[in-house]
Design a protein around this ligand. Sequence first.
Ligand SMILES: CC(C)(COP(=O)(O)OP(=O)(O)OC[C@H]1O[C@@H](n2cnc3c(N)ncnc32)[C@H](O)[C@@H]1OP(=O)(O)O)[C@@H](O)C(=O)NCCC(=O)NCCS
Length: 437
Amino acid sequence: MEKEVLSILDKRTNFPYDIPIEKGAIRASDLRRIKSGPDDFGLMSYDPAFLNTASCQSAITFIDGDKGILRYRGYPIEQLAEKCTFLEVAYLILNGELPTELQLKNFVAAITRHTMLHETTKSFLEGFRHDAHPMGMFISTVAALSTVYPDAKNVHDPEVRKLQIHRLIGKVPTIAAYTYRHSLGYPYIYPDDDFSYTENFMNMLWKMVEPKYRANPVLARALDILFILHADHEQNCSANVMRAVGSSQADPFVCIAAAAAALSGPLHGGANEEVLKMLDEIGSKENVRGYVDKIKAGHGKLMGFGHRIYKNYDPRARIIKWAADQVFVATGRNPKLDIALELEKIALEDEYFIKRKLYPNVDFYSGIIYQALGFKPELFTVLFAIPRTVGWLAQWQEMLQDPEQKIARPRQVYTGYDVREFVPIEQRAVRAASASR
Ligand SMILES: CC(C)(COP(=O)(O)OP(=O)(O)OC[C@H]1O[C@@H](n2cnc3c(N)ncnc32)[C@H](O)[C@@H]1OP(=O)(O)O)[C@@H](O)C(=O)NCCC(=O)NCCS
């Protein structure tokens, strides 16, 4: 097959360049050959917020945002959500193939072995104020685990990496549950090996004085499905942070803490909590149209709407809507659902949202179902971080094994002063400082 090439004519010099195209992309470093003269550094591409820059090659997750497609390792998300458990999907994401029965048994056993936290980590959590946000506690506690497992620094040893992956997937539900119990002043509940991953999490959250906690199987399955839907989402903001921090060869505990910090923002994983606040603010179905008009007039954003990649219905939102119906049979209907459905209806028929291709994203319905499951809004982003730990670890591992990857170091287009004379303090006049300088 003939090689694909992009021909560029630099009108500054009238020099032609042939830039190879591979897998639908040109290499940005090939642009460096394009110079206006011998002293020129070479052409760069300027791409604030990475709107059109591939930072890696990845075989983990595929998204077609226009068609609303999401696949992990080639398998459609709808099939995985219907037929698999979360840990089965975690194995797939991390290892590239669905596990055999024996592989899954061993993987589940490995994760289960690592669900306990060191007792000193419990004392660490004790230091937080009673009203500390669970996400802040989660981020700090995951980072603190780096001090408990100094062996994790050896990021180039595959066996060491595997151990940290098991530790992290095993421990994040325990940390999440402890942050919740801490905020209520309840004693922490140790993990219980009798349970599945999600049942064990529910046990650590909600066990009180009963001798054995029993999770409602419908709710445990719904949570498992939510975990599957949130497990990975290719190069999103937090995955990019995971790769960037990991590229300095920092240990995976601090990398996950950094990725979780990125997730905590309201434009990323924090959106599900914001959706609930928004639905509370709207209050009733009758107020929806007025609220939408306010958004269109430039007062804020419709939380849980819009996506950098999906310009169609987020396939995860569709599955969550279906799962919500199952949950409501067991819990009774969350009245916020009616407001959300009305909001979706009005927005999807509105020119403003149609023109900008703004559809409900994963966070639009996840908050409603989380609330019906019994979770407080402050815990929603932590509920996102637990399964996403799997995706972050898979992205991190892939980055470390990629011979093309180096420490992440973007370039800049410098817009500051050219060199200038130093001014002694007594001669300095007050001048309006530009915030950017
Ligand atoms: C997800 C998100 C950050 C993507 O941002 P982005 O790719 O940078 O898109 P932009 O901010 O450039 O948006 C494009 C246009 O749509 C508008 N827009 C985007 N999301 C909107 C929303 N949720 N409500 C109202 N308008 C929105 C923008 O104002 C912009 O309008 P303009 O062209 O008139 O300036 C953005 O859609 C958003 O903030 N959504 C709400 C938060 C959320 O739900 N996040 C969870 C993501 S899973």
